[in-house]
Write a protein that binds this ligand. Sequence first.
Ligand code: SAH
Length: 246
Amino acid sequence: MHRFFVPRGALGGDEVALPSSVAHQLRNVLRMSPGAHIVVLDNSGWEYEVELTEVAPQGARGRIVSRSLSATEPRTKITLYQSFLKGQRFEFVLQKGTELGIVEFVPVISARCVVSSLEHAERKAPRWEAIIREAAEQSRRGRLPELTPALFFREACLRATRAGQLALIPWEGETNTGLRQALDRTPRPFSVSLFVGPEGGFEEAEIAAAREAGVTPVRLGPRILRAETAGLVAASAILFAYGDLD
Ligand code: SAH
């Protein structure tokens, strides 16, 4: 069944007023008619099976026939602090990270980012949000991952450590601590912050600043991963370690 995230206000009693973007898709792309069933999610953790009652150019409506708690969200809440990447790579990370179960994306400007303006992220936000939404619907997420405004690296480190729990920065220059050791050192965290650098990696001064803020450098094995690969690999390994891929 097709799944759609809608704003909270779209649900009232047993009725759902679907937003125009969804109405357009139901009518013109999926060619659905009244009587068809879809799943609607309002980001509350519930999902609703809805029977369409109206699919018209002026909008679409439906009636809730049942509801259940969605059971697809990982227990381990990973926030990915991803440095800006060139071209489509950032979008690739948002899409794949959503499929994997990342709950929050923080775009980060670090020293070696090729694009380094906050306006870039602001301009791209609507497109990035659409990519996340589509990936969340396709992969049957129960909640929509959040996209925060962009932050500079040092602010991002402070935000991550204020959030408490485990904060890790994969760095290919780390020789002592592998990801497994870092996970084994602490009790199972509720949330994990994960920092990944841009194509050119992090500067040593950034690693020092991260360490000082309480973000632990870890190695992801002896091979150098592309910037768009590293976060996905680290997130997969963390979710696997805590049983979220079972
Ligand atoms: N500057 C490096 C590569 C950067 S890779 C070089 O060209 O040699 C981009 C990002 O991926 C890094 O900042 C780091 O966060 C992550 N990364 C890639 N491979 C890694 C590894 N083996 N261990 C830890 N982090 C890695």
